[in-house]
Ligand binder design. Sequence first.
Ligand code: NAG
Ligand code: NAG
Length: 387
Amino acid sequence: MKSSLLAGLFATGALAQGGPWAQCGGINHQGATTCVSGYSCVFLNDWYSQCQPGSAGPTTTLRTSTTTRTTSTAAATSTTSSGKFKWFGINHSCAEFGKGIFPGRWGTEFIFPSNSAIQTHINDGYNTFRVAFAMERLVPNQLTGSLDAGYLKNLTDTVNFITSKGSYAILDPHNFGRYYDNIITNTAAFGSFYTKFANHFKSNSLVVFDTNNEYHDMDQQLVFNLNQAAINAIRAVGATSQYIFVEGNSWSGAWTWAQTNDNLKGLTDPQNKLIYQMHQYLDSDGSGTNPACVSSTIGVQRVQSATNWLRANGKIGMLGEFAGGPNSVCKQAVEGLLEHLKANSDVWHGAAWWAAGPWWGDYMFSFEPPSGTGYTNYNSMLKQYVA
Ligand SMILES: *[C@@H]1O[C@H](CO)[C@@H](O)[C@H](O)[C@H]1NC(C)=O
Ligand SMILES: CC(=O)N[C@H]1CO[C@H](CO)[C@@H](O)[C@@H]1O
């Protein structure tokens, strides 16, 4: 059970202090805004502040027209950081498993994320979950077909669990710009998918639409057109409050973004809520398949040109996938990467580790609590960046 519910049960009046991990702020929040001794109220996003361990110092909330920031004199867990990310969290990967076996069987080829794992991540302070799914399971017959009720319900249940906690759910069609392994060339059909999909989620402003995972080996203008078709369809159904994460060609790699995906700066959004989602791994070929990182400084080196591109073009980025193996070189490289993103928080608004999910087993990056290799090696570091 979420501890804020317990805290709520035990609260005797409006002035009661929030217990451990209780909600202590956010839009429409009416309960306690201070925390019990030993905890301080940490801003996670506009909708959710949480009582996290740390000596309670004076907490101030600064509200500007576009952002809300909380600064606490008791920087609870953060040692090196100064700014904060809007989105910081974990990919949850499993509903897209069983590649090539469609629709496949729930519990055999694929499964949905574990709510208790998500809750553990939320207790750790993470506020963003990128939920992968397969378009072939959501629209089994054709892109323009209707949404499969069973798969949609399970996906929606996961999304609602996440957003009911005040966290962001990034909806990630993990399709690489393809449908049944064929490059999607019909932009109108792709838009039609988004018309139905966005219509279903349009009232949930904590949903983020990720147009597609990792376009690759595709015509560059087609990548532009697919992103633009998704944006147009999402806005046309009245989903106007949500952020849209666009992705680029070459697996949306940050290290090649400026040279490969420069044309995507021309994407337009009437709501002006486009975020450029890039991915970056630190092994020699950048694929995230080797536990060894190139060097302790490779993280910064690989994203520097993307940072420059974002700033030069007045765009905002999100590092939607990153990870490192369980060794000290990678740990330094990951920390350097996150410090760089944070130092450039005018253009980088978040990051998400790849990946959690109940079926990752002993995968080197598994962030599934309690014993995933990534979780045990990196959670204490990553937690420092959540607020
Ligand atoms: C949805 O989840 C339920 C279990 O909660 C499962 O029985 C069902 O098969 C799932 N269906 C799909 C299509 O994922
Ligand atoms: C590091 C890693 O596993 N990255 C993966 C991201 O997404 C797909 C799997 O769903 C893989 O192809 C990538 O290798």
